[in-house]
Design a protein around this ligand. Structure first.
Ligand SMILES: CC(C)(COP(=O)(O)OP(=O)(O)OC[C@H]1O[C@@H](n2cnc3c(N)ncnc32)[C@H](O)[C@@H]1OP(=O)(O)O)[C@@H](O)C(=O)NCCC(=O)NCCS
Length: 315
């Protein structure tokens, strides 16, 4: 077993090294020193307003890390990583427990994670804590065409708004998220992406000036996206008869944003239970790079159901 405590600023560079080594080893990367050096899951998350970060020590050294994310009624954890030389010695389990205790403190109603569906170890580990495997999430990418139509309107980027308008956009996102799933709240994610220069939030307004869709986007090597990539960390569309059209408009806007910031791909996760969203991505030439499985506690759909236009992957 291991002692678990909050991650500290002084841990960050070793935490980064453990994340890269752990995933690189698991995924069979040939060159561990250069694996995932173009993206970050540690510095951007540590200390963010909606994230709790945990460290596990063994013999006085950092042995593993985990991050829990608070999206209101939804909470998920990861990336959880243990130093490869210490695998299978019970270090991940107290890190999962720490995230679950954090969900209790936050009052999370619906908790989850995403993991590798081909690994019996991963599914076993999380199942021990009551998480149940559900549908696949496809991480899909599409190239950005060099000459797409038009540029973004000025109110399409959260970062371009005045502080009052930002607050209104945050409240509009909260009201919209509530329609998608009771208690869902992305305001921390929206503020963090801009405050930490990880990316920006796209806002799609309908003809009556209501928020129709939004997408928290990361891009570039200091973010979770990676070199050349615009990654949609979370996107949602207001439910209703125009949802499919607004989803199309959101994907067009993501392409325009990617082009304007010099990215060549758009990457987004879509759970296959959100059938219409997944089919629309396929029809727009998004192709899966990898698929993951989501695990839920309790074993209920949450917002993973047909008719819901949400993009995320909980990684
Ligand atoms: C996944 C990871 C965090 C697990 O860490 P760990 O410290 O090795 O895990 P623990 O030792 O606490 O628990 C592993 C459990 O899986 C079990 N296990 C090991 N191999 C298994 C297998 N092939 N099939 C089923 N269960 C297996 C272990 O016996 C143990 O369960 P038990 O205590 O009931 O016996 C670690 O392997 C890692 O960092 N992997 C690379 C990064 C990664 O994949 N992160 C998770 C992404 S979702």
């Amino acid at each position: 077993m291991a002692d678990v405590r909050p991650l500290a600023e002084s841990d960050l560079s070793e935490a980064q090294r453990i994340v890269r080594r752990a995933f690189g080893t698991f995924l069979g990367a040939p060159d561990l020193d250069n694996f995932w050096t173009d993206l970050d899951y540690v510095y951007g998350r540590f200390g963010a307003e909606h994230i709790a970060s945990f460290a596990a020590d063994r013999d006085g050294e950092l042995a593993g890390v985990n991050f829990a994310t608070n999206w209101g009624s939804i909470g998920f954890f990861g990336p959880i990583c243990v130093r490869p030389d210490l695998w299978n010695s019970g270090i991940a389990q107290p890190l999962v427990e720490a995230a679950c205790r954090q969900f209790d403190r936050w009052g999370t109603k619906h908790a989850g994670l995403c993991t590798f569906p081909h690994s019996t170890k991963h599914v076993w580990l999380y199942q021990k804590f009551g998480f149940y495997p559900r549908y696949l999430t496809m991480l899909m990418a599409a190239p950005v065409s060099a000459k797409g139509a038009g540029s973004l309107p000025p109110d399409a980027r959260y970062s371009a708004l005045s502080s009052d308008a930002r607050r209104q956009a945050e409240e509009a996102s909260r009201a919209m998220a509530e329609e998608v799933f009771e208690g869902l709240d992305l305001r921390g994610e929206i503020r963090t992406a801009t405050a930490r220069n990880l990316g920006d939030t796209l806002l799609v307004w309908d003809s009556s000036g209501r928020l129709a869709a939004f997408a928290v986007c990361h891009w570039g090597p200091a973010s979770e996206a990676g070199e050349g990539c615009l990654y949609i960390k979370f996107a949602a569309v207001r439910p209703g008869p125009k949802a499919a059209d607004h989803f199309a408009a959101l994907l067009d806007a993501a392409g325009a944003l990617a082009r304007s910031v010099g990215m060549v791909n758009v990457l987004a996760g879509v759970n296959t239970s959100r059938e219409e969203a997944y089919r629309q991505m396929l029809a727009r030439a998004f192709r899966s790079r990898i698929h993951l499985i989501i695990m839920h506690r309790p074993n209920e759909p949450g917002y993973c159901r047909p008719g819901v236009f949400v993009l995320d992957d909980w990684r």
